[in-house]
Design a protein around this ligand. Structure first.
Ligand code: AMP
Ligand code: MG
Length: 293
């Protein structure tokens, strides 16, 4: 199906992706169509092997160091594009986002395909990313030809995206690879993006039900749901626990599934308990703020 230019949903270690031939503009157009994604939002390109890096982008020594250290894994590098990358993939920008997935099924598919796959998250634009095949089905049923079911994703939130400059890194989207992990290799800075990052839109990863974040959640009404980090849920209509052992990694893995269950529970408000902003907690809180925006 990929060879014929169709899109296929595949498991990755972060979330499920909707993959298509990254070198075929027509195949990539199918991704945008299935997701209702605006053409201004660029796609991440997943490469089958490291030798593809040089063909697609201008890889600085720092980029190569990061690729060797973190790939295959949940780190996306934004680098200057080469001519081979179609405009539809970069949304017309001069950079392209590249990564190499560690998921054994994804790896097998992309290596057999032997070309890069463009693969954004397999959800409708602006909605909660899918972490199981069933989530993909509920988002894209009737719009795509195939879902490969690889079970639940291990990380559960999207890759860390960094813009790689000559001697420093800008985190465009926090994720499983944390600032502490990256600071070993280069200076890391925040601040206004030097490149457009539509994934940085204020409202993103959003449930349909209104969501607010509170330090000490208490119900405001009879049909409130709780997304809990430490609370027991007394007084709430429904509670989803992110990690009963207070493990941030487990919370990341469970986050989107829990948000989906609360969103489907007929609630009038979801109250998310604030999590500690350390390690992957930074990425979890960023997703919650976007869900609340
Ligand atoms: P998704 O895979 O659905 O999480 O979406 C991919 C996200 O990667 C986009 O929303 C962008 O924020 C980001 N991205 C992709 N390509 C680029 C690029 N060339 N420059 C900056 N950000 C990018
Ligand atoms: Mg996405």
């Amino acid at each position: 199906m990929l060879a014929e230019g169709f899109s296929v949903a595949l498991p990755t270690e972060t979330v499920y992706g909707l993959a298509a031939d990254a070198l075929s503009p027509a195949a990539c157009a199918r991704i945008f169509e299935a997701k209702d994604r605006p053409l201004s939002d660029p796609l991440i390109v997943h490469i089958p092997s490291l030798d593809w890096l040089d063909r697609l982008v201008v890889a600085s020594p720092l980029a190569l160091t990061l690729a060797e250290k973190f790939w295959p894994g949940p780190l996306t590098l934004v680098l200057p594009r080469k001519i081979m990358v179609p405009d539809i993939v970069t949304a017309g920008q001069e950079t392209v986002a590249v990564r190499m997935s560690s998921h054994p099924i994804f790896q097998k598919v992309v290596q057999n395909f032997a070309k890069p796959l463009a693969a954004p998250s397999a959800n409708r634009f602006g909605r909660i990313s899918p972490t199981t095949a069933a989530h993909v089905l509920s988002e894209l049923d009737g719009r795509i030809g195939l879902i490969l079911d690889g079970g639940p994703c291990t990380h559960g939130i999207e890759s860390t995206i960094v813009h790689v400059l000559d001697d420093r890194l800008q985190i465009l989207r926090p994720g499983p690879i944390t600032e502490d992990d990256l600071r070993i290799f280069a200076n890391v800075f925040h601040g206004p993006a030097g490149v457009a990052t539509p994934g940085g839109l204020m409202s993103h990863y959003a449930p349909r039900t209104k969501l607010v974040i509170e330090e000490n959640p208490t119900p405001h009404g009879p049909r409130n749901g709780l997304l809990s980090w430490t609370r027991n849920g007394t007084g709430f209509y429904q509670t989803e626990f992110l990690s009963q052992s207070n493990n941030l990694q487990e919370a990341a893995t469970r986050l989107y599934g829990a948000m989906r269950r609360l969103d489907g529970a007929g609630l009038d408000l979801i109250i998310a308990e604030a999590l500690p902003e350390s390690g992957i907690g930074v990425a979890i809180m960023e997703r919650l703020r976007k869900a609340a925006a």
